[in-house]
Design a protein around this ligand. Structure first.
Ligand SMILES: NC(=O)c1ccc[n+]([C@@H]2O[C@H](COP(=O)([O-])OP(=O)(O)OC[C@H]3O[C@@H](n4cnc5c(N)ncnc54)[C@H](O)[C@@H]3O)[C@@H](O)[C@H]2O)c1
Length: 265
């Protein structure tokens, strides 16, 4: 066990994962935070998936608890934050990982249905705001905290579906707003922009549209400039660990690409 976030309490929204062959960003982040000494509240609308994450943390000797919450419901988000506080006594780290695109019915601007657009806003953007809204008073009272919101490099690149692109862009604005308004309380807020990652969320949704898995993976690998393949969830988890740790105590309001160089390639 490391000590980079020792004695801190983390709440990870979307800490379960989409089923698949690899590990998801939220689960890997919850595991890495626990390995580095944090106690972790793992929140997910599919509580059985959060429980799997908790079991993986417990198997390594870490401390975690699962709680069910749908981030589209403010009462659920508030209850999850209260559950974290009542179980662990505080909240030092808020990690907002929930997000999806195709799985929520995303489509190009000419084809997207209004209810799908509303659903994507509710899951990808409004849920992160709910979590900030209810965690910030706790962090202010404690005298500090760290928030990381997960956006996407789809914001910077051409991306075919309008719901994901626009909500992920808004996540950056949300984070900058929260960072500016809460700096005086020693609360930091930063965004991570994952690039092409080999996670179930990214791969399985495309495989489900009928493209062979090997083709999906090969095409994504080929687009990464850094001399390796797609990133993994561990790349996101290590970036999040740094931003949540005191090593990043002078860093707030930034948007960090974790993308193998696609932003410059
Ligand atoms: N994988 C990539 O290539 C990639 C690239 C860019 C950005 N991202 C971002 O990373 C994040 C997700 O990564 P992941 O690999 O952990 O995905 P994941 O799908 O494995 O995990 C997301 C978790 O959120 C949960 N969830 C979904 N809707 C919810 C809701 N309404 N309330 C509560 N929980 C809900 C899911 O059950 C799942 O366990 C997203 O924000 C995504 O946009 C991923």
């Amino acid at each position: 066990m490391g000590e980079r976030v020792k004695d801190k309490v983390a709440i990870v929204f979307g800490g379960g994962q989409t089923p698949g062959e690899t590990i998801g960003n939220g689960r890997a982040t919850a595991i890495v935070l626990a390995r580095e000494g944090a106690r972790v509240m793992v929140v997910d609308s599919r509580v059985e998936s959060a429980e799997e994450t908790v079991a993986m943390i417990a198997a390594e000797g870490g401390e975690a608890q699962a709680v069910a919450a749908d981030v589209t419901r403010e009462d659920n988000v508030r209850a999850a934050i209260e559950a974290c506080r009542s179980r662990f006594g505080r909240i030092d780290i808020l990690h907002n990982n929930v997000g999806a695109s195709l799985a929520l019915g995303d489509a190009p601007a000419t084809e997207l249905e209004a209810d799908a657009f509303d659903r994507i806003v509710a899951v990808n953007l409004r849920g992160m705001w709910f979590a900030c809204k209810h965690a910030l008073p706790v962090m202010r009272e404690q005298g500090g905290g760290s928030i990381v919101n997960i956006s996407s490099m789809a914001v910077r690149h051409s991306y075919p579906y309008v719901g994901y692109k626009t909500t992920k862009a808004a996540v950056i604005a949300l984070t900058e707003n929260v960072a500016a308004a809460n700096a005086r309380y020693k609360i930091r807020a930063n965004t991570i922009l994952p690039g092409l990652m080999n996670t179930p969320m990214a791969i399985e949704a495309r495989v489900a549209t009928g493209v062979p898995r090997e083709q999906v993976i090969a095409e994504r690998d080929a687009r990464v400039p850094l001399g390796r393949k797609m990133g993994t969830a561990w790349d996101i988890a290590f970036a999040a660990l740094f931003l949540h740790s005191d090593e990043a105590s002078f860093i707030t309001g930034v948007s960090l690409p974790v993308d193998g160089g696609t932003a410059v390639g």
